[in-house]
Design a protein around this ligand. Sequence first.
Ligand code: PHB
Length: 373
Amino acid sequence: MSNQNDPLFQPCNLGKLTLPNRVLMSPLTRSRSSQPGDIPNDMNVRYYQQRASAGLILSEATQVSPQGKGYAFTPGIHSPDQVAGWKKVTGAVHIAGGRIHMQLWHVGRISHPELQPNGDKPVAPSAIKPEGAKTFISADSGMVDIPEPRALETAEMADIVEQYRQGALNAKQAGFDGVEVHAANGYLLDQFIKSGSNQRTDEYGGSVENRLRLPLMVIEAVIAVWGKDRVGVRVSPTGSFNAMDDNNPIETFGTFARHLNDLGIGYLEVVEDSFQGNHANGRPEDVIDAIRAGFKGTYIANGAYTADEARQRIREGRCDLVTFGRPFIANPDLPERFRQNAPLNEWDDSTFYGGDEHGYTDYPTLKELEKSA
Ligand code: PHB
């Protein structure tokens, strides 16, 4: 196929940005920030700069506050040193011709007292332990169980919104092109949205509208900082990762999609599988239909797509853009490889989380492979 007709290489307007291709980099936790302080460093700068040919980079999930942290070594966006570290990342990506959004993160119950200020219990909509979910609290802790969280008081909701607002403001200071609100994968906002983790009896639980209340308040606060065009939202309607379950994803996420449409956000990114490529029984087309019926803006698909599957979905009008995760870990020049239909480097999952440059910034580009051949 000539590149001229390749759906992956048709430019796309995303709010005020023009993306040169539709091969986007997923938000990917890599757990390599500098300690103490969860600060982005020069190794992180190299990693993101190497991947600047993505249509858009979504940063790894980044905690908006100390309370929002759930794993050792993940970066934050709540201290001046973190803002300075991220500024180097965004500067390097821009110099390389790229664009980058920050993914704003609060983990809610997916944390551990060892990672929380004052050794506090992690917070959640309800005091429900995520059965089977794990985290790691230090380089040599291994994976540890997550204890029962503490249910947030109604009066604490304003502070949660404020954490995101401040994070959004800090991301702006750090030179990002926009932000993505992480409402997926079993973290705080997803815990509010889904019925299985939210058994509140106040105005933040119960009905779908009530469960969506806090996420929508957060998104409105972030829009007030950035403008609607530069705000995206990520959801995982059928995701089971982190012990998640919703009793009616079509209704829940169809309703959320309508609200997000009314807010006019720049894009909606949907994890279209259970987690990490588990869509053996097909994608949740009925849920996707409900979301597409409610949300008329830019739709980004995610979920272990191959290049050809992505091309087909774009051609069929099922999505506008696609985010790629693990292929982007192993192939810094992923768009060029897709353009040429070139073979891909394989990823090494033993180096996904934590560690040094190995398995992080040492995956070769096609050009580097040719030189060393
Ligand atoms: C993880 O660290 O395993 C992780 C983080 C954020 C996600 C999903 C997984 O959205």
